[in-house]
Design a protein around this ligand. Sequence first.
Ligand code: NDP
Length: 242
Amino acid sequence: MSTIKEKVIMITGASSGIGEATARLLAQEGAHVVLGARRTDNLKAIANDIIREGGSADYRRLDVTNKEEMNEFVTYVNSRYGQVDVLINNAGVMPLSKLAALKTDEWNQMVDVNIRGVLHGIAAGLPIMNKQKFGHFINVSSIGAHEVSPTAAVYCATKFAVRALSEGLRMETGPNIRVTNIAPGVTESELAESISDEEAKQVMKEYRRISLPSNAIAQSILYAIKQPENVDVNEIIVRPTA
Ligand code: NDP
């Protein structure tokens, strides 16, 4: 097993749900975590909790749709801590609806956050990882990167894209840079709160009855990071047994 202690780990979308659970778990394991998202009050409270419990955490405001902000986030971490070991591209939104509802602003929002956000993370992190000759990208896609369901066409399209990016990045980098795609099934978080479509809301309500705790996804991320440096866990799919 490779040690996670002292690793500098950046997590986008760390203000709630899977990102928050991951920040807390990795910090408990001894990593230095840097949290990014737009809701800085949440980030501050989570970072303070981590520090109070003996961990090491820092946070920055980050909108992943803004290329410059993402670049500043990663550059800040690199100059302050001297290296970037892991970048977890986790930020995402999921305003589900049927295509016929033509919620084109929501389609664009999903493309901007879920695809462009990940691309901005890659653009900011890759030159640094190439230069230091090590690093690990962990992209949070979804079970929606493997199958499509009604109301989720655009969301799934963005997550298919994230999976394709993970795969392409993994093949183009290496041998010292690892890439892991995490594909969670339904998980307890704030993700469904952005759904404005009534029908999609009802569908999600049903699904949420079987949702995994967000810590289950954090555990899969921890597993990928903890493998020996020459072991690249390509993808982990985590679903509720139900
Ligand atoms: P949450 O809504 O709880 O978390 C989403 C996070 O993304 C928040 O921290 C939010 O922070 C952040 N975010 C949204 N937009 C932006 C932005 N423009 N810039 C920076 N951060 C942003 O949901 P989850 O924890 O569930 O979502 C995490 C990831 O897991 C997403 O990529 C999601 O698609 C994926 N996923 C979730 C599943 C589930 O069932 N929960 C299943 C499969 C995949 P803020 O608003 O403060 O910016």
